[in-house]
Design a protein around this ligand. Structure first.
Ligand code: ADP
Ligand code: MG
Length: 703
């Protein structure tokens, strides 16, 4: 550590420049492990906060320990033996003066341990108490032999850090001890103006960090764990401000970009509407108008279109695309998977072909000559509407005059990918307008935090004439009854889906399971025609099967979750979902949206495997109790983190380190005001703030 403490006051010590390797007990191995967690400097270490805390400051008398809770206990070893039952274990009986006893059980132990845990020794140990076969016990407690000279319990709560293999909690405590000592010499820069902090009653950064690493004993554990403590709020707030600053800078930058003005004469749009078998709903009319207005502006539209499954987003997208075409521009539609893009190509084709427009599909499977020809059609402008996946973002895809990009399923699309679209260029070096569609029901408040760089349009009502879906959860030991139910439905002339899911992330295994299920069901339902679709079929085969099902020549369609995307068969009124507990609520909701598209009442049976965990029970209850994607999302949010609900964790929408967009929602308005104030009055703080919290992810704002 000697190199850290220069004698001269110059240059000042900056913890964001001090590598962790300069700390004691950080060799190449530890440094590498820390690096895995993104910790390279002492400041990184300070921002690596505990996930939870333990109260090891209070000794619990052995007679008072409760199963299911963690406790610090002290006592004398009454007996110790190696038991050779089904699993060899070391059993140590601990007793106290009151005569109460507790069993400590070790399944892994060394000869030294056995030798040291002698009858008569005093032991202090910590761990989770549970009800064992004979008595209360702690398995693998942390323990220490007590000597008469040992002082009492600590004065602070014990932090537990998120860790990685090979780093013990004791190492974390040692490392953060050093970092906290250094922080006393050199605080990380305070990037929030004092006025803002004072008005919110929040502590300074240094106070907050010191507190969160070593909370004093009187701190409410509950408040800490819920993230409601002001020290926590201080950091969450700073992070929210950093994101708001970054998003605002992105917006400012966008304002400086020109976009083609798409003010066509409405001819194509009118023809499309005239040919539709239905009238737009009021909600569709409203969002169509919002989008149409944006497209006539000289700045690129950045709009998020939300609408539940089946809300009718496709026709809205088609109208927007036609508006671009009327103005002489091209339009592109991107979907996250090839299957979805294919589906869009087909449905869009259905809408616009009668207007003399043939959409072009570009996918990964187009290779060699075929790809060349397609690229040529895109570059020359011969292809007016182009449908594809991310493949459209590749460098060799050049448009002639791209006016509008429509992205389906935003939540699988990263912010930076969205930004990359700009490079695809509109006319005269401008950027294309962007419409992002999602069926993921993000509550409005959350959407404003996660997608603060987007305007929001919502289709908040389904087209008329849909009958509600009844959903029930059935344990899989009643599979026979469920199969009978399928038989009855099919005999009544209806069709059904049977959806197979698997724990393994292996497509091959999932397909195998589906094949097996299809075989069994064909056997059990001899009168019915059973089809099978899964991700390994060639797209032509899959299409053919779907077409048969749509035409009614198949009664039952066994499928993997591939049918999640856009199948529309109104006569299908029954869906069985196996192992629904393995799917996210959003995905379940999407799947279920495949039924209830016709005029008969539809049913969805969730065939679960008992016993369900409490959370799983609660989640299936949510699905059963609601058919509104928004309501489901709101309630799912309440029991899980936002990232999980939205599937954003893997997918590149904004991710927070400390803030929780749901929990910290009340802080958002203040964070927005603070961001404005920083940009106008303290612009020098903006860049370090964004760098601290978004780090390498900052680049997404600067394409
Ligand atoms: P999603 O929003 O899930 O993409 P789609 O655009 O696929 O929904 O629409 C679902 C179904 O509803 C389609 O069959 C579509 O033709 C139909 N639809 C769309 N708008 C209306 C409407 N206003 N009235 C009746 N049916 C509609
Ligand atoms: Mg759709």
């Amino acid at each position: 550590m000697t190199q850290l403490a220069p004698d001269s006051p110059d240059p000042p010590l900056r913890l964001d420049r001090v590598p962790v390797r300069s700390l004691n007990r950080v060799g190449p191995k530890v440094a590498e492990r820390l690096d895995k967690l993104g910790i390279r400097t002492v400041q990184d270490l300070l921002f690596h906060l505990p996930v939870r805390y333990q109260d090891r400051t209070r000794l619990t008398p052995i007679q008072d320990v409760q199963p299911g809770s963690e406790a610090l206990v002290e006592g004398e070893i009454l007996d110790a033996e190696i038991a050779s039952g089904r699993r060899r274990s070391l059993k140590v009986w601990l007793g106290d003066v009151a005569g109460a006893g507790l069993l400590l059980r070790f399944f892994h132990f060394s000869p030294q341990q056995v030798a040291s845990l002698k009858v008569g020794e005093r032991l202090r140990c910590y761990g989770e108490v549970r009800q064992g076969p004979q008595s209360l016990e702690i398995v693998h407690p942390e323990y220490r032999l007590q000597r008469a000279s040992d002082e009492g319990t600590g004065a602070r709560l014990t932090p537990i850090y998120p860790s990685t293999e090979g780093l013990q909690q004791s190492s974390w405590r040692g490392l953060t001890d050093q970092a906290l000592a250094l922080m006393e010499q050199a605080s990380p820069a305070e990037l929030l103006p004092a006025g803002i902090l004072a008005s919110l009653g929040l502590p300074s950064l240094t106070e907050a960090l010191a507190f969160l690493h070593r909370p004093p004993i009187e701190t409410s554990l509950q408040e800490l764990m819920d993230g409601r403590h002001p020290a926590f709020a201080r950091l969450a707030f700073e992070e929210l401000v950093a994101h708001q600053v970054s998003l605002r800078r992105m917006r400012l930058e966008q304002r400086g970009i020109a976009a083609p003005v798409l003010n066509g004469d409405g001819r194509l749009r009118r023809s499309l509407l005239a040919g539709l078998p239905f009238a737009l709903t009021a909600a569709q009319e409203r969002v169509v108008a919002e989008i149409a207005g944006d497209l006539t502006q000289t700045r690129p539209m950045q709009r998020l279109l939300q609408g539940d499954v089946g809300a009718g987003k496709t026709v809205v997208a088609a109208l927007a695309a036609l508006q671009a075409l009327e103005a002489g521009c091209q339009a592109a539609l991107m979907a996250p998977t090839e299957l979805l893009s294919e589906q869009h190509h087909r449905s869009l084709g259905g809408w616009v072909r009668s207007l003399g427009i043939e959409p072009l599909w570009l996918a990964g499977r187009h290779k060699g000559r075929e790809r060349e020809e397609r690229l040529e059609a895109i570059a020359s402008g011969a292809a007016r509407i182009v449908v594809g996946t991310h493949a459209l973002l590749q460098d060799d895809v050049a448009f002639r005059d791209l006016g509008l990009v429509i992205v389906d399923e935003q939540h699988r699309f990263g912010v930076h990918q969205r930004m990359k679209l700009r490079e695809k260029g509109g006319r005269d070096g401008g950027a294309p307008h962007q419409l992002i569609m999602t069926a993921t029901p993000i509550p409005r408040s959350l959407a404003m935090t996660l997608y603060a760089d987007l305007d929001l349009s919502v289709i908040d009502a389904l087209p008329p004439g849909r009958t509600p879906i009844t959903t029930r959860a059935v344990p899989d030991n009643r599979r026979d009854e469920v199969i009978e139910r399928v038989r009855l439905a099919c005999e009544a002339g209806r069709q059904a889906y049977w959806v197979c899911t698997l724990i393994e992330e292996s497509e091959a295994l999932e397909c195998q399971a589906a094949e097996e299920t299809a075989r069994q069901l064909s056997e059990r339902l001899p009168g019915q025609r059973v089809g099978l679709v899964h991700g390994r079929l060639k797209s032509q085969e899959r299409d053919a099967l779907m077409a048969e099902f749509a035409a009614g020549t198949l009664d039952l369609l066994v499928a993997t979750t591939v049918i999640e995307v856009g199948v529309d068969v109104p006569n299908a009124s029954l869906m069985i979902i196996e192992n629904p507990e393995r799917l996210g609520l959003a995905q379940l909701h999407q799947l279920r949206g495949r039924v209830g598209r016709g005029s008969v009442e539809s049913h969805c049976l969730l065939l679960y495997h008992a016993p369900l965990s409490l959370v799983a029970k609660e989640r299936l209850g949510i699905i059963r109790g609601s058919v509104s994607g928004f309501e489901i999302a709101e309630r799912d949010l309440a029991i899980r983190g936002a990232g999980e609900v939205l599937g954003t964790r893997q997918t590149g929408a904004i991710q927070f380190r400390i803030a929780d967009p749901l929990r910290d929602q009340p802080l958002v308005p203040a964070a927005q005001r603070a961001a404005d104030r920083i940009l106008s009055q303290h612009p020098e703080l903006a860049t370090p703030l964004v760098a601290r919290w978004l780090g390498e992810r900052e680049h997404y704002g600067q394409v």
